[in-house]
Design a binder for this molecule. Sequence first.
Ligand code: SAM
Length: 397
Amino acid sequence: MSHITAQDVLKQLQLFRRSLPPPTEGDFDMREELLAESRRFLLSLERDHNVVHRVCYQVMETVAISAAMRMGLFAAFKDGPTSIDDIALGCNADPVLVGRLLRCLTAFGAVEETGTSCYDHSTVSRAFTKKDNEAAMIFCLEFLTPSWLCLPSYLEENGWRNPESATITALSKAHVRDGSPKSLFQIMKAAPSRVLEAFNVYMTNFNDGHKSWTEFYPVMERLGREAKQDASAVMMVDVGGGYGHQAAELKHKFQQLPGRFVVQDLVQGLPASPKDGIEYMEHDFFAEQPIKGARCYYLRYIAHDWSQEKNVQICTQICKAMEPGYSRLIINEWIVPESAPSKFMTVQDLNLMSVQGGMERTLLLHREYLEKAGLKITNIFWPGDTISEAVIEAGVA
Ligand SMILES: C[S@@+](CC[C@H](N)C(=O)[O-])C[C@H]1O[C@@H](n2cnc3c(N)ncnc32)[C@H](O)[C@@H]1O
């Protein structure tokens, strides 16, 4: 085999970059794999000083982008290359400051330098001109990041135990001045309106690109077949279901499903205007489940908010209301692979650890709280990609 030099690799990389086709609907996983491989390649190139500069200063990329966004710098780009002076004029800022920010942004690839003192958009700056991405930046940087920065000292003070408290958290350490225990919900209530507005926009788009559970869970076979037909029978209880998006989707997509669809949440979680055909009910999921013998009890994004112990309590209440052999409990969450999970899954795990002692779970950990609650996993349905949430189906053991 002929000897390949670093220069050959460089040429090949430039060729690859220019020949990369635009993304398509179906190539999400392939592109994620390409990203992961490229990251491995970058890591293999790094020497100590590269590692230290990257790790210790990587937050500066977020800081520079956030400052540019807040200043209106990206919005000040004309169509095509724009001079520093024109950009500064467009966002009413000091050209010296704009020039300094642009140089840093260029170094991170967040904008492109097209000539002397002239810049244009890159994929990064373009992304942050969109409202939903802007909202993600505001919420993550101004609300979540302070808690992430507190996590190492919080963990040390917590004796390096796995965090389980939902009120004594890195988030409360970061945001609560008097140090009193506070839940995520209580801390959010006191956040500036700019952060709350950003959160609402961010959450609306958080699942874009994820497969709905109804696309790969055989709904008619597992829930429709042998379902009770009488008028009082309940098809679905969406526990902690918020506005009831999932109950409404199931009802409208599968109109042959008989029975009632009920959404339960704390009073502050329920919507002001109910969705057609859905019943809403105030209910605390740590208390006795009032609806007995429903065909399915559905939990989406609930388990990951809480510790193992709290999940045992939530699922025990549901288990006691389930009809053995008939009722199914559906957990619609990520199942984190034991080996090589995606970066996004692992950062979300640490995020949940920081904000409310929650976690993203492996199958082993899902199984553990279910079994302690008196349940048994009967089926697992996988979405067939690396980003969507799976379906764990359980029955009374
Ligand atoms: C992450 S959201 C998930 C909402 C919904 N399941 C979904 O997938 O969009 C968590 C939900 O749990 C609700 N919640 C929190 N504590 C609760 C409790 N003790 N009883 C009932 N609902 C609760 C919140 O109000 C919120 O709607």
